[in-house]
Structure formats: structure tokens, C-alpha cells
Design a protein around this ligand. Structure first.
Ligand code: GAP
Length: 495
């Protein structure tokens, strides 16, 4: 379905995924806070990415470098000189726009053909009354725009108490440089052979001129980056190894996003044209996702060649090479860089998971998250919250299951409502404890010791002995088994 950004923003706030930063003070459109469910979802994305791309591969290691680095790092990397966007200012209202994006903004127009009436016109379109196109400030519709000037996107700050040039440093605008400057440390301590990669997940900061589209473009965000070092003199698949590895990483990254839930029809590749390439890149391919505002970058996969290691060797005076035993030569590896934004990945997973369905004449909102990404894995619900023995069994069960999976107890509504709430936050399984489970001591009836498991997507319910729960959830949540397969061993239940 076509999901609007407004719908996702509102669901995110209502259910505690994402809040505006400093909201009680009026908020900022450039930074966002992850709430109780958002932080679980975000941690799951990072955990699964780390497991799949670092821990399960024998050619990868991890790193967690400091955000604040020596200022020379940013001269060597080219960020001080090149990490800029062209920007224009309105001479009247002083608003600032990215020169290359100003025509993508809806614009305000005071139309001479209609006695100066004010209109808001769609980006790129002319006024249908006078035929004029935008020349003035799109926001106020009155001011002239200045000629473009280059604006550096790095946040500048000072190390220590003295605000002088020597103390200037920057909040890192990408995690990548922390990897390059540690190349030799990792090589010496791990004794790796090429090809191998170093991965890092962490915060990055960019003073974006026009942040927006919810968490798509913000000034503080997180990246999951890999620098994969290869020997450019080697041949792989009949081509230089860097080119072959580049294609492998593009395919692996695309497969990773679709494996965890993105519809393949919503993901496509974009090959950078020569004039789009960053100063360090030989070839860059972006993975685009069909966001509500149109196809936009989800992540980039660049061939950075030997640019960064050579630059850091030049600026630091340290050798950043690898010794090729076969050829008996020191060489500077080439680098393939898959670089993904955590927040953008989260937004894409959220959008793709959203469904509205009709169930018995009522609207059901459901987030069909991949079970590994779902913030809550299991909800334990009492059918009757007035029955102390049912509630006690639920609490016992919750703490038992919580040892292995994020498990929640909720008794604040009737069962139908509780199911809907869990659907709306994407919980794959609900466990319901009822009278049959515990029996009725007053009537001398003993319970059957079984509970109902309800699966989110099919809404199918099965009756399972309490003692079997870890085995069933172990299969579907950790073992990758399909629900239908795991459920087949148990009788269906009507609830
Ligand atoms: N080290 C390479 C690098 O940083 P990039 O294309 O500038 O490349 C990589 O950024 C990814 O980081 C993007 O594809 C996007 O997912 C994420 N990203 C970049 N700027 C962002 C911003 N302002 N807000 C949220 N995510 C951002």
C-alpha cells in the first residue's frame, strides 16, 4: 500500500517509536529521539547487521572509534575542503536553502495577474494564472536569493577549555575515517590477509542545510559502515579484485535489506554518473528505496580506491600499507565501502512493514516486521485480569520467556484490543493464559497447563503446553522456522 510519511510519523509518536527531540520546548526538525519501541527496533537492526556482516564472516572484524578526532584527520580526508553544499540565502526572510534543491520545494507566489493573491505552487511548476516560474525565495515569495556559496557541513567545536584554532575539532560526519586511521592497528593486532574488512556502527553529524522527511535527513544520525580492503593487483572473477568485490558487496547489501523485510519492488540500484561521484570514488552505486517522497538513497556502496589510506599516510607520516608475501611488495589496498544509515534503514523497514487490513468489517493496522527486527517478540496476555491465578501465571511466564526474548505483559484492555495493540507495533506472537490453562480451584477443576499462541500475520491460534513454549519460540524466533511448520504439531484453537 502507499503509506504516507504523516501516517508513519503519527504512528511512531502514538506508539512510542520516535519522538521529536526537545519536543516540550517546541522541538527541532533536525534531530529525533527513539522511544521505548524505537530503541528496540534500532538495536535489532544494528545487532542483526553486525551479526550478519561481522560475526558470521571470517573476513571481517569490528571497531568502535571515538567521535572526536584530531582535526588533521579531516584535512587529510578532504572534508575540510570538500564536504560542502552550495547554499543560497533569502535577502528578505534570511531563510537558507541548498542551491541544488531549491527547485524541489513548493513555492509561495504573489500573482500579479490576480491582484497579488498569494498561492502555494507545487515544486517545479509555473503559476497557472500568470505562467511565471519561481525566481524569488520559495518560502516568503518576496526576497531575492543570493548567489550560491559553499557551506561546510561539519559541526565545529573545540577540544579543551581554550577556543583557539589549534583546539578546533569536528563532530565526525562519517564513521569511515575512524576505520582508516586504525587500519594499521587492526592489521598489526589481527594479522589479517587481504581481503578483509573493518566494520563500525556509530553516530555521525552533519549540519544539513535542509534536514527533513522525518528521520530521512537529520543533523545527528547513525551509520553502519564497512571498509573492505582488497588487493587491486589481484584478479577475481576475471577482473581486478576491487571491481569484483564491489559488485559482490552491492548484491550482498541488497539481499540483506530484502531478507529482513523490504519488498524487492521497493529497492533499486542507482549508478553514480561521473559528475556525481565524490572526490574519492572510482565508482559508487546507491541502493534506493521507494520512500513516500520518491526513490531516495538508502545506502551507498563506493569504491574509494587507495585515496584515504594514501591521504592519511601523507598527513601522518606513517606507512599504511600491507605486505604482499607473494609479490614481496608493500601495497596500499583499495577499499570498498558499503555505508548505510541506521535511521534510514529503520524508516524503510517501518514503511514497508505497515499494512491496513479489513478483519471482520474492522480496520486492522499491522506492522509485519521480520521477527528478528520486531521490538517486542512475545506479549503475554491474561484472558481475565480479575483472576489472580491467571495473572500470576502470566507474570511467571513473562519472566521465564524474557530470559531469551523481549516479552511484555499487558492487561490494560480486553483481549481483542490487546491483540490489535500488539499488531500495531509488530509483535509476532501473543500468548494468552485463560481459565482452561489454570483450571478452577473453587470447582475442583484442574487446568490443562496449555496456553494459546496467536501469530500476528495469519492471526492463527494454536494450543500449546506451557512446557513447550521455549521449543516453539526457539524454532520460529531463533531457528528461522516458518510459523506453519512449527504450528503443525499443535491443535488449532478458536481462542
Ligand atoms: N562514508 C561514506 C558516507 O558517509 P554518505 O552517502 O554520505 O557516505 C552514507 O552516507 C549513508 O548515511 C547514506 O546512504 C544514508 O543512509 C546515511 N546518511 C547520510 N546523511 C544522512 C543524514 N543527514 N541523515 C540520515 N542519514 C544520513
Amino acid at each position: 500500500m502507499n503509506v504516507t510519511m504523516d501516517l508513519i510519523v503519527s504512528l511512531s509518536k502514538r506508539r512510542g517509536f520516535i519522538f521529536q527531540s526537545s519536543e516540550i520546548y517546541g522541538g527541532t526538525g533536525a534531530a529525533w529521539d527513539y522511544g521505548p519501541l524505537g530503541v528496540e527496533l534500532k538495536n535489532n537492526i544494528k545487532r542483526v547487521w553486525w551479526r550478519d556482516f561481522v560475526q558470521q564472516r571470517d573476513d571481517m572484524v569490528g571497531l568502535d572509534a571515538a567521535i572526536l578526532m584530531q582535526q588533521t584527520v579531516w584535512r587529510a580526508s578532504g572534508h575540510v575542503d570538500n564536504f560542502t553544499d552550495p547554499m543560497v540565502d533569502c535577502r528578505e526572510c534570511r531563510r537558507r536553502f541548498r542551491a541544488d534543491k531549491v527547485d524541489e520545494t513548493d513555492w509561495t507566489h504573489y500573482c500579479a495577474a490576480t491582484k497579488g493573491n498569494k498561492f502555494t505552487i507545487k515544486a517545479g511548476e509555473p503559476c497557472k494564472h500568470c505562467g511565471e516560474r519561481r525566481t524569488l525565495c520559495p518560502e516568503c515569495g518576496k526576497g531575492e536569493l543570493t548567489a550560491p556559496r559553499q557551506f561546510n557541513l561539519m559541526f565545529k567545536t573545540f577540544m579543551g577549555p581554550v577556543e583557539e584554532e589549534a583546539a578546533v575539532t569536528y563532530l565526525r560526519p562519517e564513521t569511515a575515517q575512524g576505520i582508516f586511521v586504525n587500519f594499521d592497528n587492526v592489521l598489526q593486532t589481527t594479522r589479517r590477509k587481504l581481503p578483509f574488512g573493518i566494520a563500525q556502527i556509530g553516530k555521525a553529524f552533519r549540519n544539513e542545510i535542509t534536514p527533513g522527511n522525518f528521520i530521512f535527513r537529520t543533523r545527528e544520525f547513525e551509520q553502519m559502515e564497512i571498509e573492505y580492503f582488497v588487493n587491486p593487483h589481484e584478479q577475481l572473477d576475471g577482473r581486478p579484485a576491487d571491481e569484483a568485490w564491489h559488485d559482490r558487496w552491492i548484491a550482498d547489501c541488497r539481499a540483506w535489506f530484502t531478507r529482513y523485510g523490504l519488498d524487492p519492488a521497493n529497492v533499486k540500484l542507482h549508478e553514480h554518473a561521473a559528475d556525481e561521484l565524490a572526490h574519492y570514488s572510482k565508482r559508487t552505486v546507491d541502493l534506493l528505496y521507494r520512500f513516500p517522497m520518491g526513490w531516495s538513497e538508502l545506502m551507498g556502496i563506493a569504491n574509494r580506491t587507495d585515496f584515504d589510506l594514501k591521504q592519511h599516510a601523507k598527513f601522518s607520516g606513517k606507512s599504511l600499507t600491507w605486505f604482499d608475501e607473494e609479490r614481496k611488495e608493500h601495497l596500499v589496498p583499495y577499499v570498498i565501502e558499503p555505508s548505510a544509515g541506521v535511521d534510514r534503514a529503520l524508516l524503510a523497514f517501518l514503511l514497508d512493514a505497515y499494512r491496513e487490513e479489513q478483519v471482520r468489517g474492522e480496520k486492522r493496522v499491522v506492522l509485519r516486521f521480520h521477527p528478528e527486527l520486531a521490538p517486542i517478540k512475545i506479549a503475554v496476555l491474561p484472558l481475565l485480569k480479575k483472576r489472580a491465578d491467571i495473572v500470576a501465571t502470566c507474570h511467571e511466564l513473562r519472566s521465564r520467556l524474557a530470559r531469551r526474548w523481549v516479552t511484555l505483559y499487558d492487561d490494560t484492555a480486553a483481549i481483542g484490543r490487546l491483540y490489535r495493540r500488539q499488531d500495531e507495533v509488530g509483535t509476532p506472537f501473543c500468548v494468552t493464559v485463560d481459565v482452561k490453562t489454570v483450571g478452577d480451584a473453587d470447582k475442583g477443576e484442574s487446568g490443562d497447563g496449555k496456553v494459546t499462541i496467536r501469530e500476528r500475520d495469519s492471526m492463527e491460534q494454536i494450543r500449546v503446553p506451557l512446557a513447550d513454549l521455549e521449543a516453539v519460540f526457539g524454532r520460529v524466533l531463533d531457528g528461522g522456522a516458518e510459523w506453519a511448520e512449527a504450528a503443525a504439531a499443535y491443535p488449532r484453537s478458536d481462542g
